[in-house]
Write a protein that binds this ligand. Structure first.
Ligand code: SF4
Length: 236
């Protein structure tokens, strides 16, 4: 039962169901910034359903670790889509296990496009994620994409390649560049402001809408103070 928390955004009328566990082992994973990352308890499907029924909802997001590794996900997607009639979205996914049934949208984070770099960073091949992204786009899901910019690992070239891959499918897919946030046991530094500007400009050559974030390690520990999308309250 690796879903462990439900949060709610009053502004967006959106619940987010948070998962624990991921099939990747990213060297720069920001979960390393949490002191006690393992949740104290996990939620049953019945408890999640009961909680969601009480909320005023337009959408339910699933994220945290890699939500598609969670065997409860299809059952909950079906409940949200067919039972509640709301928009369903993977708020953050590495793309390795993308599904289409009862899912409206997905936001895929690519760590690199060159497979040897992706394996070095995550421990896994990027090829299933690239294939899945094309497949679910063709199936009609509303897609977003992002990449992490690490100047001394992958650098501008991987930002360029990820943006070119996404823009080659559809220049209209919203794209986000996340400036690398230093985490324990990883050797890399944070990008400078000038480097971030170059990364964003590089991505804009390939995709029409590019946003970015450039947090310090301290800022990343409490994003609710930085970004209204993270201003949520825990409801379960
Ligand atoms: S895919 Fe995301 S959650 Fe999983 S290890 Fe990588 S950064 Fe962390």
């Amino acid at each position: 039962m690796p879903f462990h928390t439900i949060t709610y955004s009053d502004q967006y009328r959106r619940a987010t169901v948070h998962n624990w566990g991921c099939n990747f082992r990213c060297r720069g994973c920001t979960y390393k910034l949490k002191q006690n990352p393992r949740p104290e308890r996990f939620l049953s499907v019945d408890a999640i359903r009961d909680c969601l029924r009480t909320l005023d909802l337009d959408a339910v997001h699933f994220m945290g670790g890699e939500p598609t590794t969670n065997p409860q996900l299809p059952e909950l997607l079906a409940f949200c889509k067919r039972g509640l009639g709301v928009i369903t979205r993977l708020g953050h996914t590495n793309g390795s296990g993308l599904i289409t049934e009862d899912l409206d949208a997905a936001n895929v984070s690519f760590k690199a496009v060159d497979d040897y770099l992706h394996r070095e960073y995550t421990g896994c091949s990027v090829l299933p994620s690239l294939d899945n992204f094309c497949r679910v786009y063709d199936a009609g899901l509303a897609m977003k994409a992002s990449t992490v910019f690490i100047p001394d690992f992958g650098g501008l070239e991987q930002v360029r390649k990820v943006a070119a891959f996404v823009g080659g499918i559809d220049r209209g897919i919203p794209f986000h560049v996340l400036g690398y946030i230093p985490v324990p046991d990883a050797p890399w530094r944070r990008p400078t402001d000038d480097e971030m500007a170059r990364a964003v400009a590089t991505a804009r050559q390939y995709v029409g809408t590019v946003t970015f974030s450039h947090f310090t390690t301290e800022q990343a520990k409490d994003l609710s103070q930085r970004d209204e999308r993270f201003a949520v309250r825990q409801v379960l």
